[in-house]
Design a binder for this molecule. Sequence first.
Ligand code: AMP
Ligand code: GLY
Length: 422
Amino acid sequence: MKVLVIGGGAREHALCRALSLDPDVRELHCAPGNAGIAAVARLHAVDVLDGEAVAALAAGVGADLVVVGPEAPLFAGVADAVRARGIDCFGPGAEAARLEGSKAFAKDVMAEADVPTARAYVCTTPEQADAALDAFGPPYVVKDDGLAAGKGVVVTGDLAAARAHARACTAAGQVVIEEFLDGPEVSLFAVTDGESVVPLSPAQDFKRAYDGDAGPNTGGMGAYTPLPWADPKLVDEVVETVLQPTVDEMRRRGTPFSGLLYAGLALTSRGVRVVEFNARFGDPETQAVLARLRTPLAGLLRAAAQGRLAAFPPLVWSDDAAVTVVLAARDYPAKPRTGDVITGLAEAEAVSGDAYVLHAGTKLDDSGQVLSAGGRVLCVTAVGADLTAARDRAYEAIRRIGLDGAHYRGDIAARAAEAAAD
Ligand code: AMP
Ligand code: GLY
């Protein structure tokens, strides 16, 4: 099989790594990729938001399967353009990707499918928004309806700040005001072909920049899987109450969702609630989840793209735990500095055969040095017999990496490792 992966972050590096380990994959291509992906795939410079250009590249390299990593190409209809050429594509079309792209759309689908989520009002005027804020009370949750790349959500106890964000959102479109959900958050991914749902191992993400969940929100500073503290019945429950009904409702609407359906969940005292849907693999959870998947990835994703999941054998997982820790650039997330030299990558991977570096924002300079090229620079992923062993390896490896001013959280999976040891 020849596979083309679209994207260039650590999630795509994890996807490429797993695909390169699938014995059925003969050739691996990636656009645009990064310095780390270059070691396992042939890189191509193409505008990944241009569906025709991506489809032409896929046809040009003879791809049997295209896997779209990030949301922006999905929203831009890249999967539709690839399929229109008769090439299998893992990822929803633009219409179905609205489950992530529009919070109001996602709420409507959930209401129709009876999926448990936060009660919400979709408002178009500041007056409606103010009334909704008063109806729920603090803490206030105010979400821009549109594509805000994770920056559109404000959760605050400050009514003036909530109102100000709601005004900014209504000036540009709609705002979703919803009830506050408390309780731990879980990311559950499911591979789907639009009918069948195959859940992956649940994971937890760390969104705040600093230890103890302090500091600003980020794209994610680390993740781990599995969740030793979670009810073993959680996955079955979420398939039954969230994932299958959502997939069924999308099919009923004539816009089947095929690809990766990511449910961001809050485990509240009143039960599981959906916080958000994403239409793609999560980053950095994917780096941890794929580290444990033993089923060859290309075969799974192609079965989804071809509508053959009902007959797909049960997934095989290693008994290990996996932890991924993100190394972020100086002043990330506010104003990350780029262009610094990264050292110690080989030393980090020498810690153990079970720890490896996945590149997020890196590039090679003319002399072959690896430079930082983004806010999240790289991830170290490690597996171990339990979360404590995986953490120890990941942190030993990340300590060997040199990048001026870089920072990482020291507490990824720490509480879960303690809970598992009790
Ligand atoms: P979203 O883009 O909808 O995933 O929101 C980003 C983050 O804001 C989530 O991961 C949560 O941590 C937080 N959040 C979103 N909605 C709620 C809610 N209803 N209650 C509490 N926290 C929320
Ligand atoms: N880990 C959060 C996300 O991928 O949106």
